[in-house]
Ligand binder design. Structure first.
Ligand SMILES: [Zn+2]
Length: 116
C-alpha cells in the first residue's frame, strides 16, 4: 500500500506575549533615562560633587523596582559613592530615604495631575 504524503500543518500554538515587563526590563536603563540623568548631573557625581560620575546607581534596587526605570530612580555617581550607597549600612539607609522621598514626590505630582 502506498501512503499519500500530505502536509498536515497545524498552526503553531500562539506565542505567549508578555504584557508586563520582566524584572530585568524594569531595571534596565533606557537611553531616554540615561540622557536625562546625565543632563541632571552634568557629569558630576551627584553625591559628593567632587569628581566625575561614572556609574548610574539605582535608588530602588533593580530587583524591587515596580516600574520601568526612569531618571528619578537613579543617581549619577562616582565609584566610591556608588559603593557607599550599595554597601555601607549608612549609605543603604540614605539610598532608601532618597528613594522614599522621590517616590512620594512623584506620587504627589501624579495625584495633582489627576485632580486638574
Ligand atoms: Zn562621589
Amino acid at each position: 500500500m502506498l501512503l499519500e504524503f500530505r502536509l498536515n500543518a497545524a498552526p503553531k500554538p500562539g506565542k505567549y506575549k508578555r504584557v508586563n515587563p520582566t524584572q530585568r526590563q524594569k531595571g534596565d536603563i533606557n537611553a531616554k533615562a540615561d540622557v536625562a540623568l546625565k543632563q541632571r548631573s552634568m557629569g558630576l557625581c551627584e553625591l559628593c560633587g567632587q569628581t566625575w560620575a561614572v556609574q548610574r546607581a539605582h535608588l530602588t534596587g533593580r530587583k524591587h523596582i515596580k516600574h520601568k526605570t526612569t531618571e528619578a530612580d537613579l543617581a549619577h555617581v562616582c565609584l566610591e559613592c556608588h559603593d557607599w550607597l550599595d554597601k555601607d549600612p549608612r549609605g543603604i539607609q540614605a539610598r532608601r530615604l532618597i528613594a522614599i522621598i522621590v517616590n512620594h514626590a512623584l506620587l504627589e505630582l501624579e495625584s495633582e495631575r489627576k485632580d486638574t
